[in-house]
Design a protein around this ligand. Structure first.
Ligand SMILES: [Zn+2]
Length: 139
């Protein structure tokens, strides 16, 4: 029987991606280019129905049996998990079972990150447009 495993909860948010378009880049683009990029983003923006906000983890682990080979040599695994930091120091984990569940979980985490990236780009464009004194409402 495997013991209880504790995963460290990093201080920074997990799954945090750098923007495709940096602040510097958006400020270099013309207002027209920003508006075109925004229109394209909005058209292509679809919320993936299977998204999950979590980190996908692969772990090799030691068990609790005193004389098991994992004490000294090869550990058990790999085990696949979803994990998500909640409140300070709290983490929720889900052990994934079977190929299908592992694949789905991996896809779901990627889907969330892609959606988040698109939202961040939209936000960056709106920020820049607002800074230039442009109007924002629906185009
Ligand atoms: Zn073991």
């Amino acid at each position: 029987m495997l013991g209880i495993f504790v995963f460290a909860c990093p201080g920074a948010p997990t799954g945090y991606l750098t923007y495709n378009m940096s602040k510097r880049e958006s400020s270099r683009l013309s207002t027209l280019a920003l508006r075109q990029r925004k229109a394209h983003l909005l058209q292509s923006l679809k919320l993936p129905p299977d998204l999950i906000h979590a980190s996908f983890l692969e772990r090799f682990l030691k068990c609790g049996r005193p004389n098991c080979h994992c004490r000294h040599g090869e550990k058990h695994g790999p085990f696949f998990y979803l994990s998500r930091c909640l409140a300070k120091g709290q983490m929720r984990t889900l052990l994934l079972k079977g190929e299908a569940q592992i694949l789905q979980a991996r896809r779901s985490v990627e889907a969330y990150q892609k959606a988040l990236q698109a939202l961040d780009q939209l936000s960056e464009i709106n920020w820049e447009l607002l800074r230039r004194g442009e109007t924002l409402p629906g185009e």
